[in-house]
Structure formats: structure tokens, C-alpha cells
Design a protein around this ligand. Structure first.
Ligand SMILES: Cc1cc2nc3c(=O)[nH]c(=O)nc-3n(C[C@H](O)[C@H](O)[C@H](O)COP(=O)(O)OP(=O)(O)OC[C@H]3O[C@@H](n4cnc5c(N)ncnc54)[C@H](O)[C@@H]3O)c2cc1C
Length: 222
């Protein structure tokens, strides 16, 4: 599938993350947690495909992406920083394995939060937030995507870990096996991880050290 669609709106969610709402291609279907390859319908950029996760729900009229931008890479996300309403994107193949299996602890690093944005939106809609927890690692407070929304939704089950900011109510440093262990309770069935490769590897090692088996780990590398 390759369909050209227009950007409906584009705004900043944080200093370097864009929320882009796009027309929904006819016949597009996806499940919550999945991603799609996207390119710009702009001379020279049509074949530069990058994966972005849907942060909209499948039954919405539009599709939405939450995209961290890297101006220094001089790639697609830098181009998106200069994009406007009405500009066109090309939507390619939908893919991705991460999906909700049951209550547990969601562990995200930076833009790795995107599949969990969609999953939590759906849980909210279905009134199934339950005892799900979110451990979200970022560098600074300013990097936290949708902090207010997650606070409202999860209360004390939303744990922020900041490597570069020290502040009350925020864990300082990196995610540790101890932090994960402290958050495990009777409702913890699954561990969902999404973030950059080195982070994923570190977290998986920590989970194994806690005796968690591979079958209870759901992951997506960014
Ligand atoms: C399944 C999946 C889902 C994803 N979903 C999302 C999402 O929802 N939101 C999101 O924000 N991200 C998501 N990502 C990550 C996203 O795809 C990348 O961040 C994005 O491709 C970056 O594109 P870019 O063209 O701006 O930069 P890149 O493709 O990283 O870089 C462009 C070029 O710059 C060069 N380059 C690479 N690194 C550097 C560097 N450090 N310094 C200088 N130059 C460099 C390389 O030569 C590269 O070809 C997802 C990834 C996967 C695999």
C-alpha cells in the first residue's frame, strides 16, 4: 500500500516532539501499538522511509503520530520540523508486534512511549486502566511527553525517571532492577518495553535478573 495524504495539523508536544495529525488513507487498518513506514511527498524524499507508531486509535477519523525530531541527523524528522498543514506524506506498510496482553508494567525511554500512548488511550476508552503502571525514562522534565495526561490517568502508577534533572517526585538516574522490583505486585503479569536498543537490552537484563521469563516480556525496538 502506498497512499498520499495531507497533514491536517502539526504542533509541538514538547520542545522537540511534534504531534502530527494526518488524513486517514482509505482502507487503512491497524491495531493499537503498530507502526507504519512514512515518507515525505516532496522531491528527493519520497523513498526515505521512516517508521512511526500510530498514537491515534484505529476507529478515529484521522491518524496521529508523535514524532521526536533530530535536526542534527538532517533526515526526515528535520524536514518535518519545517512541514505545514496541507503538506503531503506517503503512508506505506503497517507493521509491528507490540500489543496489549494484560496488566503489567510499561517501561519506555523517550519516544519509545508512542506505542504506549495508543495502548493507554484504548485502555482509558475501555475503562480498563486497572493497576497498569508506567515507568518513563527521560533526560529532563522538559522531555516528558504527555506528562499531565499520564499523571491524570495513572496517578502514583506513573513513575518518571530523569537522568539529568534532580527534582522532588521524580526518580533521579536510570531505571534499575530495584525500581522495577519495587513496582511489581500481584497484578503485574507482563513487562512492556520500548525505547532505543541499548536501553531495551539493559532493561531486559534487569528483568531476567529479577527472574522474569521471556514470555512475560513484550518489546519493540526503536
Ligand atoms: C517500529 C518503530 C516505530 C517507531 N515509532 C516512532 C514514533 O512513533 N515516534 C518517534 O519519534 N520515533 C519512532 N521511531 C523511531 C524513528 O523511526 C526514527 O527516530 C526516525 O526514523 C528518525 O528519522 P530521521 O530521518 O530524522 O533520522 P535518522 O534516520 O536517524 O538519520 C538520518 C541520517 O542521519 C545520519 N545519522 C544517524 N544518527 C546520527 C547522529 N547521531 N548524528 C548525525 N547524523 C546521524 C544517518 O546517516 C541517517 O541516514 C520508531 C522506530 C521503529 C523501528
Amino acid at each position: 500500500m502506498e497512499q498520499i495524504v495531507k497533514i491536517v495539523s502539526i504542533e509541538h508536544l514538547t520542545h522537540d516532539v511534534l504531534r502530527i495529525v494526518v488524513e486517514k488513507p482509505a482502507g487503512l487498518s491497524y491495531i493499537v501499538g503498530q507502526a507504519v513506514d512514512v515518507s515525505l511527498n516532496k522531491k528527493g524524499w519520497e523513498n526515505e522511509l521512516r517508521a512511526f507508531t500510530f498514537t491515534s486509535l484505529p476507529d478515529e477519523d484521522h491518524i496521529e503520530f508523535s514524532i521526536k525530531t533530530y535536526p542534527s541527523h538532517k533526515g526526515v524528522t528535520q524536514q518535518l520540523l519545517a512541514a505545514n498543514q496541507g503538506d503531503e506524506l506517503i503512508i506505506h506498510n503497517v507493521f509491528g508486534d507490540i500489543h496489549y496482553k494484560g496488566e503489567g508494567i510499561f517501561i519506555a525511554g523517550g519516544a519509545g512511549i508512542t506505542p504506549f500512548i495508543a495502548i493507554f488511550k484504548e485502555l482509558e476508552k475501555d475503562h480498563k486502566i486497572g493497576q497498569n503502571k508506567l515507568i518513563f525514562a527521560n533526560k529532563t522534565k522538559a522531555d516528558i511527553i504527555l506528562e499531565d495526561k499520564f499523571k491524570k490517568l495513572l496517578g502514583t502508577n506513573f513513575i518518571n525517571v530523569l537522568s539529568e534533572d534532580e527534582s522532588a517526585n521524580y526518580v533521579h538516574g536510570y531505571i534499575t532492577a530495584d525500581l522495577i522490583r519495587e513496582n511489581i505486585d500481584n497484578s503485574t503479569q507482563y513487562f512492556y518495553i520500548c525505547g532505543p536498543d541499548p536501553m531495551m537490552e539493559a532493561i531486559e537484563k534487569q528483568l531476567f535478573s529479577l527472574g522474569i521469563s521471556q514470555e512475560r516480556i513484550v518489546r519493540e525496538a526503536f
